[in-house]
Design a protein. Structure first.
Length: 57
């Protein structure tokens, strides 16, 4: 998943990740989600924020 440069810094990536995690919690067939991040400071900040809010370390 990625967000086009034109639409970045609007919380779209965070919203997509949050909805994905909510959906996986509701789906009993999914027991884990793997998240890989490109080396980018913006991505790191978003992931840390989402992880902290979701209780993920």
């Amino acid at each position: 998943m990625s967000v086009s440069k034109v639409f970045r810094k609007q919380g779209i990536g965070r919203a997509l990740l949050t909805e994905l995690l909510l959906w996986t919690n509701e789906n009993p067939l999914i027991d884990k989600v793997r998240l890989e991040v490109f080396d980018n400071d913006n991505n790191k900040n978003t992931n840390q924020s989402v992880n902290t809010k979701r209780g993920i370390i």
